[in-house]
Design a protein around this ligand. Structure first.
Ligand SMILES: [Zn+2]
Length: 336
């Protein structure tokens, strides 16, 4: 399933980029080369693809809405359009040969029309030779050809290339806009979506979490661990050795770190409740019990909890013994 579909949806998350590009299409002022600049997961490749669809679509419903149904739209969506190419790094870098091949391809007349679009993803990864080859290509623009360079690091792109591109800035996606996309377009449950955006601002990554059943399970396990912690030492230690270790693979460091992150987020919710900031609570489906728990905690105590969990996470991150760190964490939490 596609995370982004049309210009309207894009307009809610990247209003400036959307306005700039739709204007250039509807006013017939399309540049020869664009540089899409912005962080990971801000939709650069998706918007580049939408732009290409709009350019090629044989059945646009207005100036800039591709039909998504014609053979041009469909082949771009599936990566099978003969005049639309995406260049990706080959290993660590984009090599001169890749650009030379692209050039050769584009020097032929368009397979189906004189329109051609190429996207260079992670353009900052071009080798010096590749960048110089591209520069020559950009210096002799072909009518109907559009170059779209994508980068997270504009400063690593040759200034001579930059000067030939129109820069389009992409802003980081806000938590609320990612949540909206996840719930409205991908039918993700709100509590799951709220938790996923705590872990990543990358919509694709967030979707991976949301569609992973073990993520939903992990959420429940963390709540359960917290409940047993309140009930005291024995139950907590037993649960750590049973429920927790079933949900989080002790051999998988990343997985355990995820578990501690979820626990951290849950405890932080108590702080939000203490501060009367209920709208920020992440585990909203548990808010009733969290409110009850919060009555028994001072803010100071919650902050000590958070520090203990953070410390455990950092130790595990630095290769400490996982089992030992988790047990330590539980014992320390019980002593607060
Ligand atoms: Zn179409």
């Amino acid at each position: 399933m596609d995370a982004f579909f049309n210009w309207e949806q894009f307009n809610s998350i990247q209003p400036n980029a959307t306005t700039l590009l739709t204007n250039s299409i509807s006013k017939g002022r399309i540049a020869h080369a664009y540089l899409f600049e912005g962080g990971k997961g801000t939709g650069k490749l998706k918007l580049g693809t939408l732009f290409a669809k709009t350019y090629f679509c044989s059945n646009r419903s207005d100036y800039y809405t591709p039909c998504q149904k014609c053979s041009n739209c469909k082949r771009i969506e599936t990566g099978n359009h003969p005049d639309f190419h995406i260049i990706q790094p080959d290993g660590q870098s984009i090599k001169k040969d890749q650009i030379k091949q692209l050039k050769a391809e584009f020097n032929k007349t368009g397979v189906e029309s004189n329109k051609k679009v190429y996207i260079i993803n992670q353009a900052d990864k071009m080798t010096v030779d590749a960048a110089n080859t591209l520069l020559k290509f950009l210096e002799e623009p072909h009518k109907g050809t559009i170059a779209i360079l994508l980068t997270e690091k504009k400063s690593s792109i040759l200034t001579t290339i930059l000067s030939r591109c129109q820069t389009v800035g992409f802003i980081p996606l806000s938590d609320s806009s990612i949540i909206k996309i996840l719930t409205d377009q991908h039918d993700i449950n709100l509590p799951i979506a709220r938790l996923a955006v705590q872990l990543t601002n990358d919509i694709e990554e967030a979707l991976l979490y949301c569609n992973d059943e073990s993520f939903a399970k992990a959420r429940q396990v963390v709540v359960k661990l917290f409940e047993v912690l309140i009930n005291g030492r024995e139950e907590a230690v037993v649960y750590l050795q049973t429920g927790w270790t079933q949900a989080f693979d002790l051999k998988n460091r990343e997985n355990i770190i995820l578990g501690t992150e979820l626990l951290y987020i849950l405890i932080k919710d108590l702080l939000y409740i203490k501060n009367n900031e209920n709208s920020r609570v992440v585990f909203i489906d548990y808010i009733d019990s969290l409110e009850k728990f919060a009555l028994n905690f001072t803010s100071e105590r919650i902050i000590i909890y958070l520090n203990i969990i953070l410390n455990c996470k950092n130790q595990i991150n630095m290769n400490a013994n996982i089992q030992l760190q988790l047990e330590n964490m539980i014992l320390q939490l019980l002593e607060v």
